[in-house]
Design a protein around this ligand. Sequence first.
Ligand SMILES: [Zn+2]
Length: 373
Amino acid sequence: MAYGLQDVITLRQMQQDYGAADQQKRIEQQKLDAMLGLCEIISCRRQALLHYFGDSLDEPCGNCDNCLTPPDTWEATVAAQKALSCVYRTEQRFGVTYLVDVLLGKRNERISRFGHDSLSTFGIGTELTASEWKALFRQLIASGFLSVDMEGHGGIKLTANAKPILRGEQSLTLRKPSKPARRSSKGASAAKGHGVLWEALRQHRKGLADAQGVPAYVIFNDATLAELVEQKPQTLQALGTISGIGARKLEDYGEGFLAVVLAHPDEPAASAPVGSSALESAALLRQGLTPEQVAEQRGLVANTVYRHLSDAIQGSELALEEVVNLDPATLAQIRAAFEQFPGQGLKVVFEALEGRIDYPVLHCVRASMAAKG
Ligand SMILES: [Zn+2]
């Protein structure tokens, strides 16, 4: 029963995009509403399910997850009133990210342009965090108090069910959201066998989507991210050959995603032998060629050669000084940065050093730190 706001919006959109006749759409809509509502209920699920099919069960079943482990709940009426009223005051045109920013009283260009920093709901929600508000919006959508207007670019609208809550005629008890960590750790990495790069690409996409107030798939869909993980394009040009990345998106997002890919080179297992191609690059370097010349001679891109060389460094086939020319102070700075952010990928270190050190050099230094001895 773990799902996110994006899942709800995607399901709603799939259902609306389906191209079925209106009658069929309404039926699908009702089924989806029932399913999402079932996710959120805090009482016996079996009772609710039987009720949905026109049957009944007098006592809670005692066997479903809610009966066996009653969910943690909280009194959400006031928070729901704030959320619903914020939707109303911003005229039911905005997505969740924007609404949460208004509730938290964030001042940004968009909010001041619409004058929403002078609303009564601006900044009234500081008692919850952004992710808690997002979870609440998800629950309000799933429980049918809010709907997502797909034709209106995903703006959140009030439904008729919202009125009694806003008027204080109905109280609302909701299940406490499960810890976000549970979802992210269970997320794509473990379930789909993707790794660190996959998560990093998703994070980058999320940042862009949040900044623009659009769903993540509007930036790139999962298939495109999966292809990025598989192909690991090393240049903008190569990035542009990935399906789902047209000229416009390449221009808007290309460099950012490329930086993420370049920041996550393959990380060979410590015991893996250095590949023969890497050894060949190392041998040419030993003959006095620069990495760029090695790349040219072998018809490879420079990044691939640097990857070879860092593999060779990690496998103690090359010394760091044979590959990069760094003065001791700079080298010490880079090492300190890696030690400050252990296991966090190159981008963090790249940024910590204010972009002064190129990624290939960082790869090599990291490889030398991982090398034995
Ligand atoms: Zn039950």
